[in-house]
Design a protein around this ligand. Sequence first.
Ligand SMILES: Cc1cc2nc3c(=O)[nH]c(=O)nc-3n(C[C@H](O)[C@H](O)[C@H](O)COP(=O)(O)OP(=O)(O)OC[C@H]3O[C@@H](n4cnc5c(N)ncnc54)[C@H](O)[C@@H]3O)c2cc1C
Ligand SMILES: Cc1cc2nc3c(=O)[nH]c(=O)nc-3n(C[C@H](O)[C@H](O)[C@H](O)COP(=O)(O)O)c2cc1C
Length: 795
Amino acid sequence: MKIVCIGGGPAGLYFGLLMKKLNPAHDITVVERNRPYDTFGWGVVFSDATMDNMRQWDRETADEIQAAFNHWDDIELRFKGRTLRSGGHGFVGIGRKKLLNILQARCERLGVKLAFEQEVDSDDEFPDADLVVASDGINSRIRSRYAEVFKPDIVTRPNRYIWLGTNRLYDAFTFDFQRTEHGWFQAHIYKFDEQTTTFIVECPEHVWLAHGLDRADPAESIAFCEKLFADNLQGARLMTNARHLRGSAWLNFQRVVCEQWWLRVPATSPARAGSQPPARHVVLMGDAVHTAHFAIGSGTKLAFEDAIELTRQFQRLGDAPEHIGEVLQTYQALRSVETLRLQNAAWNAMEWFEVCGARYCDQLAPEQFMYSMLTRSQRISHENLRLRDAAWLGGYERWFAERAGVPVSSALPAPPPMFTPFTLRGTTLKNRVVVSPMAQYACSEGVPGDYHLVHLGARAMGGAGLVFAEMTCTSPDARITPGCPGLWTDAQGAAWQRIVDWVHANSDAKIAMQIGHAGPKGSTNAPWDGAGADQPLPTGNWPLLSASARPYLPDGAVPRAMDRADMDRVKADFVAATRRAAAAGFDWLELHGAHGYLLSAFISPLTNHRSDAYGGSLDNRLRYPLEVLAAMRAAWPAERPISVRISAHDWVEGGITPEDAVAIARAFKAAGADLIDVSSGQVSPDQKPTYGRMYQTPFADRIRQEAGIATMAVGAISEADHVNAIVSAGRADLCAVGRPHLANPAWTLAEAARIGYLPMPWPRHYRAAKSQMESLFQREKAAQAQAVAAARLAA
Ligand SMILES: Cc1cc2nc3c(=O)[nH]c(=O)nc-3n(C[C@H](O)[C@H](O)[C@H](O)COP(=O)(O)OP(=O)(O)OC[C@H]3O[C@@H](n4cnc5c(N)ncnc54)[C@H](O)[C@@H]3O)c2cc1C
Ligand SMILES: Cc1cc2nc3c(=O)[nH]c(=O)nc-3n(C[C@H](O)[C@H](O)[C@H](O)COP(=O)(O)O)c2cc1C
């Protein structure tokens, strides 16, 4: 086959050499616009796993790269005058020049033709090639030429960065954050050979503009960075290696994803008219087809893995022109899934660096900032950090516990963050786990009976710090279903008091009441009745109220838009329910302002179409819910906390966004809320949520940092490891766990045993089970470790 690689970066060179090795008869040329020793950038990093993969395909190249590697384990953070360091992270770095020279030399030895200083405009310049590989990098000309086929989705990110180098040598992957009068800058710093270190400086666009860096030439930009990081550089100079870049050397990262990775150029194209051989194929590879942000440093790895996969498919399906179509199809099918996975992880890490100046730098103490930074991709968990550096994590857990008011000593391990207490107003929870409110639809006339005593009692015994009663309604017409509990009569208040008293007498959990009004989502079936959840009752319906006369489901019952008299009556009902909850002895009160129920229907523009003072702007839409909260706060004892559950994202175009949620949280805070319970969705049946583990936690994180109020995260939090990571990173103060508590009332006790937290107190009647459960988990862990060791040995 005749193969031409346009672009002699890692992708083109590595593919060229692998294919030549696969079959020396192939005629392979790599065409590169630069000279052999000319390149942009400094060092690149990748992981041991990439090296193992490369070793299987070409030991010579892998060995040479390995010999040139700089390996380091530590990550160091320089922040607010402090230096913090943790180990076990395992990176390797190599100079980009060195890497390319190794690949170039190997290509030459194998007989791959290298054509330097040749600018390619079009694949038509190679009319007799069977395969043209567009390995021409992020600004791929070939990709642009066939944009209609490849359908590239290119997103330009808001941060600016400049890729510099220095001769100061560092023994850790170093992050340095510096505050200026206009905002924060950060540097990503890693040594890649015995003389040189990569020094990438990054900041948000507005900070970059405010410093006039858009008008600075490379020398002025370097001078600026040298001054900003003078402490760190200790007199060493910064250098640029981007001579080919015109104007400002500051770039924006561009995330590239392509829908199609290859095409067949028909023989009838002008350049091929009259030619006999079958049509030419063009395939994208490396940065030309996908990019990964340097925050997780995997662009070179992706380029190498593309080259390996394409070679593997030629080896498997046949390396002759007639197989090219099938080979390219398989290559795309396999690589597109794998790269998307990595791009998603890179996205979280990239976003963390984009928002850190606004969201974390001024808010978090250096210790917690370090934790947040290390877990930025949300792929590294709390226990994973322990595996990397147990001493550092132990120190962090002590720091966290101390701040939570737990007396610690260096002799004793501190409790994991999940098991530290949390105080709001005069109420202290023993730990950070909350049984999320979950409707049971098990009442008659709104009175909770034995069912609720057993249900909530069991969960109060199960180890969580706070147990929520389900949404409890303020009037008969405020119910979701006929089975919902209420607080509109004294009999209901007394029935709740019996449950609260039982919980207080038999456990050290606190118990919370959630008060709500179903609004447009009322008068429906229990999920297991008739047509299912959200469907209108077949008989015995009651009239509905909402912000506007719009049904929740397209063919659902139409509510009446509330007038001021309705608002006054409903507010008075909320206050009466609050007084009954206080009298019943609840420790904590929550206002349900989420999920499309009445107050949420006022807040969301999807459900509020009013033209009076309660509709229109977000301020107007919040007016009534804030009025209700303020009235409840006035009726609720000052020493007990109030939280508000909100839907932080409607997951519908034109609905509430996480940015709105920050403004909503600020407004509720000003009206007396102590904590925001951050849920999302259920406001519109058109919602398209992106589910995944801890999927709503980023909203809780953003609200906590930007609105400056305590938050509770909820949604797909299902392991102690999740709770520990969320609380440790300061993404939320509490974690509500719903469905896992339906499956296991003692979820918290079980998770404590699973992670080996032996001081966990158990209810005295259940203590006989504690050590048995702990040793079962210990044995399970030992068996797993043995299996892993055996598998390693076998490999
Ligand atoms: C600041 C920064 C830091 C990074 N850090 C890392 C890191 O730590 N680890 C990592 O793995 N990756 C890192 N990367 C990404 C990495 O550099 C790329 O992902 C990787 O080089 C992709 O390889 P490639 O061969 O696809 O493209 P490139 O390396 O971009 O190679 C493309 C080649 O094609 C040539 N070319 C382009 N157009 C033409 C033309 N028309 N005619 C002839 N030749 C042409 C170019 O000169 C270039 O040599 C970083 C990137 C940046 C910007
Ligand atoms: C059966 C059931 C009933 C629920 N009832 C309520 C409720 O009364 N009030 C409320 O705010 N959320 C309610 N939710 C939402 C949960 O509190 C929680 O936010 C959701 O289940 C996501 O958490 P999870 O992934 O841990 O289950 C309910 C969820 C379930 C599964």
